[in-house]
Ligand binder design. Structure first.
Ligand SMILES: [Zn+2]
Length: 265
């Protein structure tokens, strides 16, 4: 399969379901090659602070690092290409990743869900309350403290829960007690959208999803592809693109990295 064939398949469908997996994650590896991380290390050294006490600021630097890294630029180009290909189709995206790539590349929050959470909201680590707080201010403070020559990193404070005093952490699966409230509204939208695919010509596109949590995307996508007579199914993966027997003859397996595929000119 090539890009124009995929494009045609999407155009022919009434609905497009996209699953994005770990192969497309913009993880902490991009942090290491970024300028903002260099700046952080320099400042820690200058103040004689141990880096392990400041690992909590890493997620605050991700968005900035995404702007600086070549790896992240490729990912961002991939998302823009995907967005272009989906055009004004009725689509929905489910992503296993916690990065902000979908948001950064202009996808509407009403068209995707990140069940593992992301780095946009803060929650109490003990989940004493279900209140969620926007993480924007904390991120801004951290960046400012790193960049401002006169401000000391040592005076940078973590955020604490107003109710129980526990640390405020990012609202994702890494939290001590992950509050699923952060994505539930979008999850409801997603399941409703899935119900609407019944007897519809739906194109199911699974991109770079590994086998770590198959119950989130791989298995339900396979089931949907198998049960819906009008569905088309594409599994793109550079490591495990194999299809199950039920999808033989119906599904298309593409052994490649989605980035290479989508950015092929
Ligand atoms: Zn609390």
């Amino acid at each position: 399969m090539n890009k124009s064939e995929l494009k045609k398949m999407i155009q022919d469908a009434e609905m497009v379901l996209v699953g994005i997996g770990e192969e497309l994650e913009s993880g902490f590896s991009i942090l290491e090659s970024s300028q903002i991380y260099e700046d952080l290390k320099r400042k820690l050294k200058a103040e004689g602070l141990a880096e392990e006490n400041y690992e909590w600021v890493y997620p605050c630097l991700l968005q900035q690092a995404e702007k600086e890294s070549e790896e992240a630029r490729l990912l961002s180009d991939f998302y823009l290409e995907l967005k272009d290909m989906l055009g004004d189709k009725n689509y929905f995206i489910i992503s296993m990743n916690m990065d902000s790539m979908l948001e950064e590349t202009g996808f509407s929050v009403e068209r995707y869900v990140q069940p593992f959470g992301n780095y946009e909201l803060l929650q109490c680590d003990r989940a004493c309350t279900k209140e969620l707080k926007d993480a924007g201010e904390m991120k801004k403070n951290v960046l400012q403290s790193i960049r401002n020559g006169t401000e000391l990193l040592a005076s940078l404070k973590k955020s604490y829960c107003l109710h129980c005093g526990s640390e405020m952490v990012f609202n994702n699966v890494n939290a001590g007690n992950y509050l699923e409230e952060g994505y539930l509204e979008n999850w409801k939208r997603y399941t409703k959208w899935i119900e609407g695919t019944m007897n519809r010509k739906v194109c199911i596109l699974e991109l770079g999803v590994m086998l770590n949590y198959p119950s989130m995307i791989r298995w339900p996508f396979e089931k949907l592809g198998y049960l819906n007579q009008k569905a088309s199914f594409v599994r793109m993966n550079s490591v495990i693109p194999q299809l199950t027997g039920e999808l033989a003859g119906k599904g298309i397996s593409v052994r490649t990295s989605s980035i290479n595929f989508f950015l092929e000119r």
